[in-house]
Design a protein around this ligand. Structure first.
Ligand code: AMP
Ligand code: GLY
Length: 423
């Protein structure tokens, strides 16, 4: 089968690497891809917001499956356009992608389907949001309703800061994403990422991971898209995972089907492990980045067959996805300046890395030289019998990388390394 992969980050490099390993994969194309993805796929220059152009490419290249990496094209309805044209696609339709695209939609679903999550109120005017703050106590959680590139959540310690955040959101500081806001109760606990695959009807668990969102060591500094991750996340025990499937994931899939917008693809649940049990923080309609890199490092099955089954409603005929019992850990090397404006063009050499897989995120090739071309640049990914060993291997690999204009966190996996050393 020929496959078209949409996207250009480290997540898509990990997907390309795994898709290309499948015996069912004939030619893998990627649009737009990056220099790392080019090792596994043929790069094509396609404007993914031009749905007719994507459909015509698929028809011309006998594409049997389109895999959509990022959320943007899903929320933009690329899944709908491809399905209408009779092309199988891994990723939800636009209305189902509201689970990521509208926080208010997801919270209303949680209320309707009795899914554990933080208490909330939705407001579509500044005046009602400001007045609504009185129903909550600090720290205040204020979320822009729509997609805001991971920056739409403000946690404010004081009421004045909360009011300023609301003013900013309704003042256009978050673009269209801030046309409505959700105020939420603050939850405490450890955060974990959980993944499930669903074809709209059947659901299977697809592993856990823990991300590191802050830019600095010790979880300090501004939020980023994620500076590193490991999988599995042992804090999400099998018992807790079963509870998440039963109380959060399955009711979500059931609700979406009942509403006439069946969800097909990967459901990425951000969870808070609270004293009252796991609660949903948010959903994403795609794999996490960099969580995907560690999941794919552990996944042992045939990704093409599995994704095709998800895309075509055939999940019930598949056996449960298999994963290595070992740990995978990835360290993000970012360009100086990130998460602000990253320095572009810095030279990179990864030629001497052994015992780790380096996924490319924001890289480019200029006159034969690999250079930085984005905020998050490389994902150095290693395996180990536990997180401590995977961490050691990943940092050993970084020693062999020359990237003078880059930086990285030195403590990825710290929670688990601490727990492992206490055993
Ligand atoms: P989100 O973009 O919804 O994942 O939110 C970004 C981050 O904000 C999460 O990873 C949490 O750390 C934090 N967060 C979001 N909602 C809450 C909440 N209700 N209580 C505590 N922390 C939250
Ligand atoms: N790493 C978090 C995300 O992909 O949303």
């Amino acid at each position: 089968m020929n496959i078209l992969l949409i996207g250009s980050g480290g997540r898509e490099h990990a997907l390309a690497w795994k898709l290309a390993q499948s015996p069912s994969c004939d030619t893998l194309y990627a649009a737009p891809g990056n220099p790392g993805i080019a090792e596994d796929a043929e790069l094509v220059d396609l404007n993914v917001s031009d749905h007719a152009a994507v459909i015509s490419f698929c028809a011309g290249h006998d594409i049997g499956l389109v895999v959509v990496g990022p959320e943007g094209p899903l929320v933009d309805g690329l899944g709908d356009s491809l399905r209408e044209a009779g092309i199988s696609v891994f990723g939800p339709n636009r209305n189902a992608a509201q689970l990521e695209g509208s926080k208010g939609f997801t919270k209303d679903m949680c209320a309707a389907a009795n899914i554990p999550t933080a208490g909330y109120r939705r407001h579509d005017s500044k005046a009602s949001a400001l007045a609504g703050l009185d129903e909550f106590k600090p720290p205040y959680v204020i979320k822009a309703d729509g997609l805001a590139a991971g920056k739409g959540v403000i946690i404010a310690e004081s009421k004045a800061d909360a009011e300023a955040a609301i003013e900013d959101m309704f003042g256009g500081g978050f673009g269209d994403a801030g046309a409505a806001v959700v105020l939420e109760e603050f939850m405490t606990g450890e955060e974990v990422s959980f993944f499930a695959l669903t074809d709209g009807h059947d659901v299977v668990a697809f592993g856990s991971a823990q991300d590191h969102k802050r830019v600095g060591d010790g979880d300090t500094g501004p939020n980023t898209g994620g500076m590193g991750a490991y999988s599995p996340a042992p804090v999400l025990t099998q018992l807790l995972q079963d509870e998440v499937m039963e109380r959060i994931i399955q009711p979500t899939v059931g609700y979406m089907a009942e509403q006439g917008m069946p969800y097909s693809g990967v459901l990425f649940a951000g969870l808070m492990l609270t004293e009252e049990g796991p609660k949903l923080i948010e959903y994403n309609a795609r794999f996490g980045d960099p969580e995907c890199q560690v999941l794919m490092s552990r996944f042992q099955g045939d990704l093409v067959t599995l994704m095709h089954a998800v895309a075509t409603g055939g999940l019930s005929a598949e056996s449960a996805p298999g994963f290595s019992p070992n740990s995978a850990l990835t360290v993000v090397m970012a360009a100086q300046g990130y998460p602000g404006t990253p320095q572009k063009g810095g030279a990179i050499s990864i030629d001497y890395v052994t015992q780790a897989k380096v996924f490319h995120a924001g890289t480019a090739e200029k006159e034969g030289q690999l250079v930085a071309n984005g905020g998050r640049v490389l994902n150095v990914t290693a395996m180990g019998v536990n997180v401590t060993e995977a961490q050691r291997n990943a940092y050993a690999a970084i020693e062999a990388i020359d990237f003078p204009t880059g930086f990285y966190r030195r403590d990825i996996g710290w929670r688990e390394v601490e727990r492992e050393s206490a055993i």
